[in-house]
Design a protein around this ligand. Structure first.
Ligand code: NI
Length: 253
């Protein structure tokens, strides 16, 4: 039984066949998933999806792409939303200097503020970091609150070591299965099994052998398969351990 710790089932690419995708996911023995919000609208949708489907939980938060439009009222609204029964984390939040869709100063401001929010609410948080490693680490360290996961990990083993020392979990997605995913593979070998999570980030980042097609949670098995091969474990063991880690991190019984 697998746990896909990061999916965007709210994405409009699933609007026509969401029920079918959830059935496909269950058929592939993926019994738990966290649907991740990326702005106010998708955070609300995330909660609706969690209400609609057993085993699917919600995270609410504003992605750095949408930082420019974020307001103090949004923080109040997120705090309210996070009190819902199946809301298990704040996310995804962070910095994205690859696309730079929002000014960096605003990305940093709202990343920091949302970590504080997670702390105030006693919830874990889900971090998106693209080409912003140094600033990301600085903000995390300054926050003093380390119940986080670095999602779709693409950094170095050195940065992984720092994150692990703080108490972070590290999550791997489709890129770890790519032939040119050397860095992710090295990091996956490095991260101890008890701090490792798996995810799809669907509909993005489709793993091999389905690269190029729309991704969905049923494909988390290919991430597990790659981690198992890198760690010298069976797929069953990998599925079981990452599922337990996910339940522990998100506080799901
Ligand atoms: Ni994501």
């Amino acid at each position: 039984m697998y746990f896909d710790t990061h999916t965007h089932l709210d994405d409009e690419r699933f609007d026509d066949d969401r029920d079918t995708v959830v059935q496909k996911m269950r058929d592939a023995r993926v019994s738990l998933a966290v649907n991740i919000g990326s702005d106010m609208k998708t955070s609300r949708k995330s909660i609706e999806i969690a209400k609609a489907y057993d085993g699917i939980y919600a995270a609410v938060g504003v992605h750095p792409h949408a930082a420019e439009e974020m307001t103090d009222e949004d923080i109040t609204a997120l705090a309210q939303m996070a009190k819902g029964p199946k809301v298990v984390a704040i996310g995804e939040i962070g910095l994205d200097y690859y696309y730079d869709n929002s000014p960096r100063e605003l990305q940093k401001k709202w990343f920091q503020r949302q970590i504080e929010l997670a702390k105030e609410l006693d919830l874990p948080y889900v971090v998106h970091d693209r080409d912003a490693h140094a600033d990301c680490m600085e903000i995390i360290k300054k926050s003093g609150y380390f119940r986080g996961v670095m999602h779709c990990y693409s950094g170095s083993c050195e940065m992984a070591r720092e994150l692990l020392e703080l108490g972070f979990y590290i999550s791997f997605a489709g890129p770890v299965t790519f032939k040119n995913g050397r860095k992710a593979k090295e990091a996956a070998i490095y991260v101890p099994m008890e701090r490792l999570l798996i995810e799809t980030d669907s509909p993005y980042l489709t793993p091999e052998p389905y690269r190029g097609q729309r991704n969905d949670s049923s494909h988390v098995q290919y991430v597990a398969k790659e981690i198992a091969a890198l760690k010298g474990l069976t797929i069953e063991e990998t599925a079981r351990i990452t599922r337990e880690n996910g339940k522990c991190f998100f506080g799901i019984d």
